[in-house]
Design a protein around this ligand. Structure first.
Ligand SMILES: [Fe+2]
Length: 212
C-alpha cells in the first residue's frame, strides 16, 4: 500500500513455468493490475459518499453497488497475489517432500497428503468460475479445502490461505481448451513453490483450541 492509502500492483518474477506459458502470465498480471486499480477506485468513490458522515436514501443504491463490487475487486487483488506467490519460476518439484510442513499438516488434517490432494483437485474441477483454496484454521492448525465462487463467496473469515489455485478460464485459456481444466491443474501442481506454502503455515504446538 502506498503512503496515500492506495494499493500499488506488485511485480512477480515468474517465468518458464511448466505447462503455463509466459503469455498466459503476462495476460494474468494485466488482469491482476485491473483488480488493484478497481480496488483503489472503489475505495475512493466510497470515501466520497461517507465523507459528509451520512449516506442518504438517494445515495443508497449507488453506495450499495460500489460496496458489493469492492468485495469482488478486493478479493480479486488479494487472491491473485497469493496465487502468484505460490508459484515458482522455472517450475517446481510436483508434490511436496514428505518432510515438509505442508505434507505433515495435510496428513494430520486429512489422513494423508494423497487424500488432501484428491479433495483439492476435485474442488478445482468443480464447474463454475472461481478458486480452489486450502486454508488453515489458525485456532487449531487444521487444513480444509474450499471452493470460492468468483473471488468473494466462500472465503472463510479468519482462516489463512495456504495454497491458492485460480481456476477461472483466463488462468489457462491460452494454453488449454476450456474443457481441459484438469491438464491446467496438473500443470499448476508442477509449479507450486512449496517453500512459500510452508512459510504461510502457522506452527501449531500444544493444546488445540476447541474453536474450529
Ligand atoms: Fe485470475
Amino acid at each position: 500500500m502506498s503512503s496515500t492509502g492506495s494499493y500499488t500492483p506488485r511485480e512477480f518474477n515468474l517465468r518458464g513455468l511448466k505447462g503455463i506459458s509466459d503469455e498466459t502470465l503476462d495476460m494474468h498480471f494485466k488482469l491482476y493490475e485491473g483488480y488493484v486499480k478497481e480496488t483503489n477506485k472503489l475505495t475512493e468513490k466510497i470515501a466520497e459518499f461517507i465523507k459528509d458522515k451520512n449516506v442518504d436514501q438517494e445515495e443508497m443504491p449507488a453506495y450499495s453497488e460500489l460496496t458489493r463490487r469492492l468485495g469482488f475487486e478486493y478479493n480479486g487483488m488479494v487472491l491473485h497475489e497469493y496465487y502468484f506467490d505460490n508459484l515458482q519460476s522455472g517450475g517446481g518439484i510436483g508434490d511436496p517432500a514428505q518432510s515438509s510442513q505442508f505434507a505433515k499438516a495435510a496428513e494430520t488434517s486429512f489422513g494423508s497428503y494423497d487424500v488432501w490432494k484428491t479433495d483439492f483437485v476435485g474442488i478445482g474441477k468443480m464447474r463454475g468460475v472461481g478458486w480452489a483454496i486450502c486454508y488453515q484454521n489458525p485456532a487449531n492448525g487444521r487444513l480444509s479445502n474450499h471452493w470460492i465462487t468468483l473471488h468473494e463467496t466462500g472465503n472463510v473469515a479468519g482462516f489463512t490461505p495456504i495454497l491458492v489455485m485460480d481456476v477461472w478460464e483466463h488462468a489457462f485459456l491460452l494454453d488449454y481448451k476450456p474443457a481441459e481444466r484438469p491438464k491446467y491443474i496438473e500443470a499448476f501442481f508442477s509449479n507450486i513453490a512449496w517453500d512459500a506454502v510452508d512459510e504461510r503455515l502457522k506452527k501449531i504446538t500444544g493444546v488445540q483450541s476447541a474453536r474450529a
